[in-house]
Design a protein around this ligand. Structure first.
Ligand code: G3H
Ligand code: ZN
Length: 277
């Protein structure tokens, strides 16, 4: 069923387990991620980024479809707006019934980030919606990789207190949309952030992290683990294979179906890597 994001994240943080947060672009992604989570018997977060909304031209249709997939699921499924910079889009997600949002003002100065985020928190909490923010910009959103950025633990603690957020995305060595899984995570910093920050920590750009380091990151204190690019790689590889196997193939179900199945299997595997339960 569609389930609140807060309790899913809180239970995982309490148990030092991870929660997989996977990005939805097409309906097939939502179906695959939920099928993978059902097979693992673990809760999961479906997230739609502002970039994906831009691709669709609106949040409504893909948001409603994703919520419908979540409601029909046999495991708890939260539906989250990812990397929103538009306050108006946050309002639309709340209106549609999303259980959480990430408001990303990480490109702003510390003071402006606090001010803008606190206002979003006020509005979202009034509607019972959980809010994630980001401090210390995780690179790669604009194609420019900056894995060297780091979030300061004392500043992170002050930010969470001042903005009132429910979860915090931190920069600990990843960068978005990495083509290879070889990011060097700063595990010592993850531990210090975990001890300094009272809310669940979020790892962005997790496609660049190898399996063993994903497990170690969760054990060190990361809770919500965001994965997008890696599943797109799995999806697209399966599409390529199906089309290459039959040059006359035109029925879209014949190549999207195998891609959906491949993503589901990879989600099940990743939820094991993340110790999600
Ligand atoms: O917010 C989404 C994630 O941070 C995904 O990043 O595409 O590098 O896995 P990724
Ligand atoms: Zn991200």
């Amino acid at each position: 069923p569609l389930s609140e994001t807060g309790p899913i994240a809180a239970a995982a943080a309490e148990a030092a387990c991870g929660v997989g947060a996977f990005n939805v672009i097409q309906l097939e992604h939502a179906q695959a991620i939920v099928a993978g989570a059902e097979a693992a018997g673990a809760p999961v977060i479906l997230q739609i980024s502002e970039n994906a909304v831009r691709y669709h031209g609106a949040l409504g249709p893909i948001g409603a479809a994703t919520l419908a997939v979540a409601r029909a699921a046999r495991v708890p499924v939260a539906v989250h707006l990812d990397h929103a910079t538009s306050v108006e889009l946050v309002g639309q997600a709340v209106e549609l019934g999303f259980t959480s949002v990430m408001f990303d003002a990480s490109a702003l100065s510390y003071g402006e980030n606090v001010r803008a985020t606190a206002e979003v928190v006020r509005r979202c909490h009034a509607a019972g919606v959980w809010v994630e923010a980001e401090l210390g910009e995780v690179g790669g959103k604009d194609g420019v990789h900056a894995p060297g950025v780091r979030t300061d633990p004392a500043e992170a603690a002050a930010f969470v207190a001042a903005a009132g957020v429910d979860a915090l995305a931190v920069a600990v060595g990843t960068s978005h949309a990495m083509p290879t899984r070889d990011a060097a995570l700063d595990f010592e910093l993850i531990g210090r952030l975990r001890r300094a920050v009272p809310v669940p920590l979020v790892l962005h750009g997790s496609s660049g992290v190898a399996d063993g380091d994903l497990t170690a990151a969760v054990e060190a204190g990361m809770t919500k683990v965001n994965i997008a690019t890696h599943l797109n790689r799995v999806f697209s590889t399966a599409v390529r294979r199906a089309l290459a196997d039959d040059a006359r193939l035109v029925d879209t179900r014949r190549y999207l179906g195998p891609a959906r199945a491949a993503v589901a299997a990879e989600v099940t595997r990743l939820l094991g890597v993340l110790k999600a339960t």
